[in-house]
Design a protein around this ligand. Structure first.
Ligand SMILES: [Zn+2]
Length: 425
């Protein structure tokens, strides 16, 4: 199957500075085969990009897909109150349909707003993986373990990692996961580290999200959460560390040598008043930082444009310096640097020959793009997810002119409403 994108204004996210190139792009199978000023080769499908912006799809580095049902449910609470009294009791009642349809809804919202790769952490993964496969989004997935929920997850992680990670063309990659330092004993964390080493995979977890977590771990173990994880061997394998807000200078020294990186979740951090992740300091220390939305419950939407804008503004105000971070750096975090955090930088994150074709087309005809003086600042400060016209994952057009080609959006919404009615009443 050959797909030809004509008349693109290409922002390939390769260079040090934003540069728009007028190009045609030929996709052969799941890969980018040719990028030239004019390509006249025949193709199975041709899309006229009409001089709209064509760029890599976003890499969303931290998700809980099945939490879409919690949109607007018991908002405006602190993290611990919200988790213990609003979220955990309902999650305990989830059945297969909840995992499947809630996750499917999140996948569609992600694709609709320009995310082509997500990174899920949850339980009940069998049905979540099915939703990911049916929606056709690219994803890293991990079975989240806490002290209370070890169950059969270690075996499932091994089974699924053997199935997906050994397949070069699989859109799904499997990581190991424990929930967080404050929900996992040293024994549970060691079990996950052993599992990751045995399966030769990385670990996805939450780290240093709140001051409460910091205090609790210091009180229990006499060390910071980062030191706690280091001493348990977590950083011996690649890691995706979600949030990363309350790091000490010595934590930063430890993190300089990790493989993987931090997933910054600015809207979740704002909504739960967890604090501000010092992205500028982390990046200045050579630590990779991607952007994530977290679950819908703590973010309300899964729109990476909103996360990019919030990332930029939080760093500017945190440093009291409008030059603290530039819009193009934010775009890099949302694409190629996010891919680096997930270990997928050789496959996705830029538009280059040989890379997987994960591409979005952004409609620049609207008022928000008029005039378009600077493409990077326009995308980060002016655009939003509804400007995404077309989403391509692995060479397949999944949404064209805002219509899903494989998924029944109305059915997914109906099912999630039914789940919500049954669970949240
Ligand atoms: Zn999370």
């Amino acid at each position: 199957m050959k797909l030809l994108l004509k008349n693109a204004r290409l922002l390939d996210m390769v260079g040090m500075f934003p540069e728009i190139k007028e190009r045609d792009i030929l996709i052969d199978g799941n890969k980018i085969a040719e990028i030239s000023q004019v390509i006249n080769e025949s193709a199975d499908k041709i899309i006229d990009c009409n001089k709209n912006i064509v760029m890599p799809g976003f890499v969303n580095t931290h998700n809980h897909l099945a939490m879409s049902i919690f949109r607007g449910y018991k908002d405006d609470k602190s993290l611990m109150d919200w988790l213990n009294n609003a979220i955990f009791p309902i999650e305990d009642k989830f059945i297969d349909e909840d995992f499947y349809w809630n996750s499917y809804e999140s996948c569609l919202e992600l694709l609709q707003t320009g995310t082509t790769t997500c990174n899920d952490m949850y339980f009940g993964m069998k049905n979540i993986v099915k939703a990911i496969e049916d929606s056709k989004i690219r994803s890293v997935v991990s079975w989240c373990i806490t002290d209370n929920s070890i169950g059969s997850k270690p075996e499932e992680t091994i089974e699924y990692s053997e199935k997906f990670n050994n397949d070069k063309n699989s859109k799904i990659k499997v990581f190991a996961s424990f929930h967080a330092p404050y929900t996992c004993s040293p024994d549970t964390i060691k079990l996950v580290v052993d599992l990751a080493k045995k399966a030769n995979i990385g670990i996805h977890t939450h780290l240093s999200e709140t001051i409460d977590e910091e205090n609790e771990i210091k009180e229990k173990y006499g060390k910071t959460p980062t030191e706690y994880l280091r001493d348990l061997g977590v950083f011996d394998v690649p890691v995706i560390l979600a949030h990363g807000i309350h790091f000490s200078p010595s934590d930063i020294e430890i993190l300089k040598s990790i493989k993987g990186g931090i997933s910054h979740n600015p809207i979740s951090n704002c909504k739960l008043a967890s604090g501000i992740c010092d992205v500028v300091n982390l990046r200045n220390n050579g630590i990779k930082v991607g952007i994530g939305t977290d679950g819908t419950g703590s973010t309300s939407t899964l729109d990476m444009f909103e996360e990019m804008k919030t990332t930029a503004f939080l760093q500017k105000i945190n440093n009291m310096n409008p030059e603290a971070i530039k819009a193009y750096d934010i775009l890099k975090m949302a694409t190629i640097e996010g891919a680096e955090v997930l270990g997928l930088q050789d496959e996705i994150g830029t538009i280059e020959i040989g890379k997987k074709a994960d591409i979005i087309i952004i409609d620049t005809s609207g008022l928000r793009f008029t005039p378009e003086n600077d493409i990077a600042t326009t995308l980060v400060y002016s655009a939003n997810g509804s400007d995404v016209l077309t989403t391509i994952v692995d060479g397949e057009v999944l949404m064209e002119n805002r219509k899903f080609l494989y998924s029944d959006e109305e059915l997914v919404k109906k099912k999630v409403k039914e789940n919500s009615k049954r669970l949240l009443k």
